[in-house]
Design a protein around this ligand. Structure first.
Ligand SMILES: NC(=O)c1ccc[n+]([C@@H]2O[C@H](COP(=O)([O-])OP(=O)(O)OC[C@H]3O[C@@H](n4cnc5c(N)ncnc54)[C@H](O)[C@@H]3O)[C@@H](O)[C@H]2O)c1
Length: 256
């Protein structure tokens, strides 16, 4: 029970990797607030909160659009009403737009960079504002885990706005880690490579799978639990003296 009595918010926790993170945290004792614009997983299956409650864990769903600061502040307020503090903030929600730069409209840019960069800024800001008011426990006032990507560190083929937003996540993670270390706030990122979340269509189109295998030295592509395990480590007390890190969970993609 590595997160016993901790409160965590997971944005985009209804689906895919966010669902795996929420379930992993709850299995380790956290009360998880699933903050998403939907509660039915994009890939189908049980709602995150139902699955957690079924397994004997603690979870609450909160409708939250990460582009709206008031929604994130309300999610933080919910954590406070549950446990009096917010221990862990996971900024996982993301939007995609499969277009090269010359076809990217201003609306595409505003939506995708809005969710992937502004949404992470607003999530970090709401969390830090609360964490600064909390007691230090075991050296730490609170922990932030952001979801970045290998795309944004290297070119994201046919996904210009997505890559730009993700590169901002890597930068924000370092700046927040440096700015708030003296206050006992830890900020790290997890950078997934190609993760198969159960979604059909474009994410598993033969061309996309072939490209991902060609880039990934490890013989299989990723599972949501691979990323959830890394997020769990960074959210736990086991990750001591680690901040500003962008932990690749990519089967070696970036080493290749
Ligand atoms: N799946 C991969 O291969 C992969 C690779 C690299 C990085 N990532 C990153 O990992 C994270 C999770 O990826 P995934 O594949 O599970 O994503 P997903 O598309 O399966 O799920 C994203 C979730 O975010 C929610 N969301 C979207 N816009 C939102 C908003 N405005 N406010 C709140 N919630 C919103 C969606 O409703 C959904 O539940 C993302 O940050 C993604 O960029 C994923």
């Amino acid at each position: 029970m590595r997160l016993q009595d901790r409160t965590a918010i997971v944005t985009g926790g209804a689906s895919g990797i966010g669902k795996a993170i929420a379930m992993g945290f709850a299995a380790e004792g956290a009360h998880v607030i699933v903050a998403d614009i939907i509660d039915n997983p994009l890939e189908g299956g049980a709602k995150t909160v139902d699955a957690i409650l079924e397994a004997g864990g603690k979870a609450t769903f909160r409708e939250c659009d990460v582009m709206q600061s008031a929604d994130l502040e309300a999610a933080v307020a919910e954590a406070i009403s549950i446990a009096g503090r917010l221990d862990i903030m996971v900024n996982n929600a993301a939007a995609r737009c499969p277009k090269p730069m010359h076809e990217t409209t201003e609306e595409d840019w505003d939506r995708v960079v809005g969710v992937n960069a502004k949404g992470v800024f607003l999530g970090c800001r709401a969390a830090v504002q609360q964490m600064l008011t909390q007691d230090i426990r075991n050296e730490v006032r609170g922990r932030i885990v952001n979801l970045s990507s290998q795309h944004g560190m290297v070119r994201a083929p046919n996904a210009f706005a997505y890559g730009v937003g993700k590169s901002a996540v890597v930068y924000m993670t370092k700046q927040i880690a440096g700015d708030y270390a003296e206050h006992g706030i830890v900020c790290n990122a997890v950078a997934p490579g190609k993760i198969l979340t159960g979604k059909t269509g474009a994410p598993i189109a033969p061309k996309a799978i072939e490209y991902s295998h060609a880039r990934t030295p490890w013989p299989r592509l990723g599972k949501p639990s691979d990323v959830a395990n890394a997020a769990l480590f960074l959210a736990s007390d086991e990750a001591s003296y680690i901040t500003g890190e962008n932990l690749m969970v990519d089967g070696g993609w970036m080493a290749n």
